[in-house]
Write a protein that binds this ligand. Structure first.
Ligand SMILES: [Mg+2]
Length: 424
C-alpha cells in the first residue's frame, strides 16, 4: 500500500474546517422548520458557495426586521443580505469556524511542536490558551469543556487529568468532543501499523476532557475511520466498496480489544465498545438496503444526530460510506459534497458531524476532490492547509530518519529505531 499523499492530509484537516464552517449555520434549521425543504435549502446554499455567490452570515440570533423568505417566514440572520454585524461575524464574507476546528488546529500544532515526547499538560495549556483567544469570537464551546478549560487555568495546570473525572457525577463526559478534534492523531500515527500509538494518544488526550468509556471509544472510532480513509483513498487504484471499507474497519476496531499492542490500554474502557459495534451493524444494514432505505427520520433514530459520541461519531462514518454512490435526493456527483450534504441534512449537531464526516471523506478523496471554492470560503483555510503540510513534513522526516517514537501510557516516550514504518 502506498503512503497517503500530502493532498490527503490536507483534505483531512480541510474537511474538518469545511464541515464545521458550513455545518454550523444549519444546526437549527430543521428544528425551526423555517423552510419546508431543508435539503433543497442546504443544496442551494452549497451551490452558491461553488459559484462564489455565498451570502455572509452571522451567528447572532435572528433579529426582528429581517427580510422574509418567499413564503413570508423570516430568514435566519445568517441569510440576511445585510450581512454580518455582530457575534464574531465574518466581515470578509468567509464562514467562521467553531470549537471543532479550533481544537483540531491546536492539537495538530501540539503534535508538530512535540519532539517525540508528548506532554499532555502542555496540550491542556494550549487548549486553554486558544479558548481564551476564541472567547470574543463565539466559537460555540460546550459548557462542560468551557468549565474544564477555565479550571485548568485556575489551578495553574496542576493535576489536569483530575477534573474531567469529576464531571457528570463521576461518570465523565461521553460527548463527541474527543472525536471532533482527533483527526490529527490519525495523521500523526499513520506509520504505526500496530495502532498502539493511535490508541495511546487518543486515550491520553481524550482523558483531559472526556473520561466516559463511550467518549473514549468514540475518539478511537473516529481516529481509526480517518486512518483507514487515508490508507484506502487517494490515488490508490483499487478502491473498496462501502461495505468492504466497513468490514475492514470493523475488523480493525474489534482488534484494539484483543491486539497485544492495544488491549492492555483499552481494557479499562471496554464497556464503551459494544454500543459502537451495534452502530456498525446498523450502518451495514443501511448500506445493504441502499438509498431507498434511508428514510432520514429512521437514520436519525437509529444512528443519531446528537452531541453524544455514540449518537454522532458512527453517523459521520455512515455519511461518508453512504456517499460512495449516488443518492437520489442529493444532486451532486461529488463524493465530498454528497457526504457533508447528507450530514447537514440530518440536522442536530451539524458542525461536529459535518466536521467529522469531512475529516474522513477529505482524507479519502484528498484536497483535489473538494468542490472549488469550498475551502477558500472558510476562515483560516490557508492556516489549516499549512498545519497539515507541517504535520505531514514531520511524519515524513520520521520515516527518513527511521525513528519511530513510542509512547507509554504516561505519555513519555523512548526512541525506538524500527522498520515498521510503512503502513499496510
Ligand atoms: Mg462546534
Amino acid at each position: 500500500m502506498s503512503q497517503p499523499s500530502l493532498n490527503q492530509w490536507q483534505g483531512c484537516l480541510a474537511g474538518v474546517l469545511v464541515g464545521d464552517c458550513f455545518g454550523f449555520p444549519y444546526e437549527d434549521l430543521p428544528r425551526k422548520k423555517t423552510f419546508p425543504n431543508t435539503i433543497e435549502f442546504i443544496q442551494d446554499d452549497l451551490e452558491k458557495i461553488k459559484i462564489g455567490e455565498m451570502i455572509p452570515y452571522d451567528r447572532g440570533i435572528k433579529k426582528p426586521g429581517n427580510p422574509s423568505s418567499p413564503d413570508g417566514k423570516p430568514l435566519p440572520s445568517w441569510m440576511s443580505s445585510s450581512g454580518s454585524s455582530s457575534g464574531g461575524a465574518s466581515n470578509s464574507g468567509l464562514r467562521q469556524y467553531t470549537d471543532d476546528t479550533s481544537m483540531t488546529i491546536t492539537f495538530a500544532k501540539f503534535l508538530i511542536d512535540s519532539n517525540n515526547s508528548l506532554d499532555y499538560v502542555n496540550l491542556a495549556r494550549r487548549f486553554s490558551a486558544e479558548y481564551e483567544l476564541d472567547k470574543p469570537k463565539m466559537r460555540g464551546y460546550g459548557p462542560g469543556v468551557k468549565r474544564l478549560l477555565t479550571k485548568f487555568q485556575e489551578v495553574n495546570f496542576k493535576d489536569v487529568f483530575q477534573y474531567a473525572l469529576e464531571t457528570f457525577d463521576g461518570q465523565g463526559s461521553l460527548g463527541n468532543g474527543c472525536g471532533m478534534r482527533i483527526s490529527p492523531v490519525a495523521l500523526y500515527t499513520i506509520n504505526d501499523p500496530t495502532l498502539e500509538r493511535l490508541v495511546d494518544i487518543t486515550i491520553d488526550s481524550c482523558l483531559l476532557t472526556h473520561t466516559h468509556p463511550q467518549g473514549i471509544f468514540g475518539g478511537i472510532f473516529q481516529a481509526l475511520a480517518v486512518r483507514q480513509a487515508l490508507l484506502f483513498g487517494g490515488r490508490r487504484k483499487e478502491k473498496p466498496s462501502a461495505i468492504e471499507f466497513l468490514n475492514t474497519f470493523e475488523t480493525e476496531f474489534k482488534s484494539i480489544l484483543t491486539n497485544g499492542a492495544t488491549s492492555r490500554r483499552t481494557a479499562t474502557y471496554r464497556t464503551g465498545y459494544q454500543i459502537y459495534q451495534d452502530k456498525i451493524n446498523v450502518i451495514r444494514r443501511f448500506l445493504e438496503g441502499g438509498p431507498s432505505s434511508w428514510d432520514l427520520k429512521k437514520v436519525i433514530d437509529e444512528l443519531g444526530n446528537e452531541v453524544l459520541s455514540p449518537k454522532s461519531i458512527p453517523t459521520a462514518l455512515f455519511c461518508f460510506l453512504a456517499s460512495f454512490q449516488e443518492i437520489d435526493f442529493i444532486n451532486t456527483d461529488n463524493h465530498f459534497q454528497r457526504a457533508i450534504t447528507l450530514a447537514f441534512t440530518l440536522g442536530g449537531d451539524t458542525d461536529t458531524i459535518g466536521g467529522m464526516t469531512g475529516a474522513i471523506c477529505g482524507a479519502y478523496v484528498g484536497l483535489d476532490g473538494f468542490p472549488q471554492k469550498f475551502v477558500a470560503s472558510c476562515e483560516a483555510s490557508g492556516k489549516i492547509l499549512n498545519v497539515a503540510e507541517k504535520l505531514y513534513g514531520k511524519c515524513m522526516t520520521q520515516i527518513l530518519l527511521n525513528i519511530r517514537p513510542v509512547f507509554n501510557s504516561s505519555g513519555f516516550s523512548v526512541e525506538n529505531p524500527g522498520n515498521e514504518l510503512h503502513p499496510g
